[in-house]
Design a protein around this ligand. Structure first.
Ligand code: GDP
Ligand code: MG
Length: 163
């Protein structure tokens, strides 16, 4: 049984881009069933020496963004509960938003270990967002560019204790 990694975060932070990079051609399934599994994609990931199951959540994307949407409390919550580790993505270029803070509050009380990832951190455009992310109280974020494949070794090191 492979360890399970759930990718979570608000819309547009790069969750699916990271999922696609991790899974490559091994995409197992695109699930369009209604209910809690809707928009949830699972695949088998390979990252340097690690093999794990990865789940791409889209739990926030259907409902109003002003509050933590209802679907978060079903699909994403279930994915995080069942995972060995959650990758919490923020957008280093956009900085921390109220929805990021709300997700962080919820993650802090969940039992699943969390790895904070500042995505879109290629170049220097992400520096301010990385510093903002420290205020989430979840430690130093892994600086990643899912799109350009930078920071992959740091992501590997952060996942290693959990996989
Ligand atoms: P999701 O909504 O969290 O699944 O985000 P997506 O994976 O759909 O990505 C949202 C947008 O961010 C897309 O336009 C991506 O091309 C872009 N994106 C994802 N990763 C990166 C990155 O590392 N750097 C930059 N600059 N853009 C990225
Ligand atoms: Mg997505």
């Amino acid at each position: 049984q492979l360890p399970t990694v759930a990718i979570i975060g608000r819309p547009n932070v790069g969750k699916s881009t990271l999922f696609n990079r991790l899974v490559g051609k091994r995409l197992a399934l695109v699930d369009d069933q209604p209910g809690v599994t809707r928009d949830r994609r699972e695949g088998e990931a390979h990252l340097l020496d690690l093999d794990f199951r990865v789940i791409d959540t889209a739990g926030y994307e259907d409902e109003d963004a002003a509050t933590l949407p209802g679907r978060m409390r079903t699909q994403t919550e279930a994915a995080v509960r069942d995972a060995d580790v959650a990758l919490f993505l923020i957008d280093a270029r956009a900085g921390i938003t109220p929805l990021d803070e709300e997700i962080a509050r919820w993650l802090r009380v969940s039992e699943t270990p969390v790895v904070l990832v500042a995505n879109k951190a290629e170049g220097r455009a992400g520096e301010a967002g990385v510093i903002e992310a420290l205020a989430l109280g979840m430690g130093d974020p892994v600086q990643l560019s899912a799109e350009h494949g930078e920071g992959v070794a740091d992501l590997f090191e952060a996942l290693l204790p959990h996989c």
